[in-house]
Ligand binder design. Structure first.
Ligand code: SF4
Length: 349
C-alpha cells in the first residue's frame, strides 16, 4: 500500500512556486562567470568563510530494496556486511582521531539488520564522544525519529533521488524505497519529531531532466525552511558515479552544468547549506568551495568497516577525491577558509 502524499507533495502538485526565479537561472547559455561571482558573494555574506567537514560512517550494506543505480541493491551478488555496535564505535573512534566531530551513519534499507533498536544503540554508544550525529538510512515512523532524537540524534538525510514520479518508479523497482510519497514526506516526519538538521538531495543523471530535479529540490528546501524554521536545511546534488549496479546516467551532467546548478540553488535559497561529497574530483571541489558549498565530506569510505578494515565488503559507489581529511582541511586553509569539524550553527550568524 502506498503512502498518501504529504504536505510538501501537495505543495508541489499545486504548481505554486517558492523559487520563481529559478528556471531562468537554469537555462542553457547563462553568463556562468557572473552567476558564480554573485553566488560567491551570497555565500560569503550568509556563511562567512566556514566550511563544515563531516565523514560518512557506513554501518551496513545489507538492503531489501532494489534501486537500479546502487551498488547495494538487493539482487546484486556483492559482499555484504553489517557492523556490530562495537565495530561502529571503533570506526567512529578512528574518524574522531582524524578530527571529525560530525558523523553521518549510513546504511542500506534492511529493517532486520539495521533496525530502529540497532540505530538507537549506535547513537547512544557514539553520543558521548561524537557531538553531532546524523543518519542516512531507510525512512522511519514519527515514533522512531522521536526515539532517535531522545538518544541524541541531530540530523536526518533522505534524498528523493528524483522528483519525477515516473522515473522514480522505473529506478526504484522493489522494496520500501519504492513508495515515493513515503520517502518524500520523511523529512516532514523527522522535523515534527524534533530532528534539527534535515538533508535532502537529488541524484543528478537519474532523470533525463536534471533541471526539473534541481528546481524541485530547491522548492523542497525552501518549503522545509518556511515550515520548520528552527531546523537547518542542507541540499546535496551528487552526480551518478560508477557502482556495482553498472548503471549509466540517462544524460550526463557536465561540470559547467553542475556549477550552474549549485550557483542557481545558492541564489534562490541563500540560507540553505550546500553539501559536496567526495564523488566529485579535487579541482572541482576546490573551486566550488569558493562559490557555493558550505559542507564537505572528506577522506570518505563508502564500505561498511572501510576505515579500519577496507576491502571486506562492497562499497556503495566509487569516490573521486581520495585526499585525507588533513589534506582537505589544508586546502581550505590555503584558500582562506576555516575548516569546521564540529558545528556550523554558531558560525552562521
Ligand atoms: S539506494 Fe538505498 S535503498 Fe536503494 S538499493 Fe541502495 S542502499 Fe538500498
Amino acid at each position: 500500500m502506498s503512502t498518501a502524499p504529504g504536505r510538501f507533495a501537495q505543495h508541489l502538485a499545486s504548481g505554486a512556486s517558492l523559487v520563481p526565479g529559478l528556471p531562468a537561472l537554469l537555462e542553457p547559455g547563462v553568463d556562468l562567470e557572473a552567476m558564480a561571482h554573485q553566488a560567491r558573494e551570497v555565500t560569503l555574506q550568509r556563511f562567512g568563510r566556514a566550511v563544515r567537514l563531516f565523514a560518512p560512517l557506513y554501518v551496513s550494506n545489507a538492503c531489501l530494496s532494489s534501486c537500479t543505480y546502487c551498488g547495494f541493491s538487493k539482487g546484486l551478488d556483492v559482499a555484504r556486511r553489517t557492523l556490530t555496535v562495537e565495530q561502529v564505535v571503533e570506526e567512529a573512534q578512528a574518524l574522531v582521531a582524524q578530527g571529525f566531530r560530525h558523523l553521518l551513519l549510513v546504511s542500506g534499507e534492511h529493517r532486520v539488520e539495521v533496525s530502529a533498536d540497532y540505530l538507537v544503540a549506535c547513537v547512544v554508544a557514539l553520543r558521548p564522544f561524537v557531538p553531532s550525529l546524523s543518519i542516512e538510512t531507510q525512512t522511519w515512523s514519527d515514533d522512531t525519529y522521536a526515539r532517535l532524537v531522545e538518544a541524541g540524534l541531530e540530523g536526518v538525510v533522505h534524498y528523493q533521488e528524483t522528483y519525477d514520479r515516473g522515473r522514480y518508479a522505473e529506478t526504484h523497482v522493489a522494496g520500501w524505497k519504492r513508495d515515493y510519497d513515503r520517502r518524500l514526506s520523511s523529512t516532514e516526519r523527522a522535523a515534527e519529531a524534533g530532528v534539527r538538521r534535515l538533508g535532502i538531495g537529488v541524484l543528478l543523471g537519474l532523470s533525463a531532466d536534471w533541471r526539473a530535479d534541481v528546481h524541485a529540490v530547491a522548492e523542497h528546501a525552501v518549503w522545509l525552511q518556511r515550515h520548520y524554521w528552527r531546523t537547518e536545511v542542507t541540499v546535496s546534488l551528487p552526480r551518478i558515479k560508477p557502482s556495482a549496479s553498472g548503471f549509466q546516467p540517462l544524460v550526463p551532467v557536465t561540470d559547467a552544468e553542475y556549477v550552474q546548478a549549485l550557483c542557481a540553488l545558492r541564489l534562490v535559497a541563500p540560507e540553505v547549506g550546500i553539501v559536496l561529497s567526495t564523488r566529485e574530483a579535487p579541482p572541482l571541489r576546490d573551486g566550488l568551495v569558493r562559490i557555493a558549498v558550505t559542507t564537505m565530506s572528506a577522506g570518505s569510505s563508502t564500505e561498511p568497516g572501510g576505515y579500519l578494515h577496507p576491502g571486506e565488503a562492497q562499497e556503495q559507489f566509487a569516490i573521486s577525491d581520495e585526499r585525507t581529511p588533513a589534506e582537505v582541511a589544508a586546502m581550505l586553509v590555503a584558500a582562506g577558509y576555516d575548516p569546521v569539524w564540529k558545528d556550523a550553527f554558531a558560525l552562521r550568524t
